[in-house]
Design a protein around this ligand. Structure first.
Ligand code: NAP
Length: 110
């Protein structure tokens, strides 16, 4: 795949930030990332690669509307989605799981 389109949760620091850098550097990926904060280290990555390659959505994976937002942003910017990396908050509970309905996200062909 020439430039895979990836959603990565928790790309703002820690393992997620390292995965983000690897996706951009080694895999030429286009990444949409979701985290609550937007620290300087993440801003430096956006500055280096530009918004054609990396989009930051600020939000909480425990909120269904934020999950809908990140999917819609990714599809809008990159025309679809190839891979989903759920890195954020997998050990800490973020609340009751919520379902995102198909009609809440924008189809890739629109
Ligand atoms: N490090 C380890 O040894 C280890 C071992 C086993 C499993 N893990 C798992 O691997 C993942 C990453 O670990 P890490 O050590 O890199 O953790 P970390 O340094 O705390 O980073 C976690 C990332 O997830 C984001 N995040 C956390 N809660 C979020 C929420 N509710 N909504 C959106 N984003 C959220 C954080 O950004 P914001 O704070 O900006 O939201 C950050 O980008 C975690 O799921 C962790 O449970 C880590």
């Amino acid at each position: 795949m020439a430039s895979p389109r990836v959603i990565l949760t928790g790309g703002s620091k820690g393992l997620g930030l390292s995965v983000l850098r690897i996706l951009l550097e080694r895999y030429n990926a286009r990444v949409t990332t979701l985290s609550r904060s937007y620290p300087d280290e993440l801003r430096a990555v956006v500055d280096k690669y530009g918004q054609e390659r990396v989009i930051v959505v600020q939000g909480n994976v425990g909120k269904s509307e934020d999950n809908v937002k990140v999917v819609n942003k990714a599809v809008e910017a990159f025309g679809g989605l190839d891979s989903l990396i759920l890195n954020a908050a997998t050990l800490d509970p973020v609340g009751e799981p919520t379902m995102v309905r198909r009609d809440q996200v924008t189809p890739a062909d629109q």
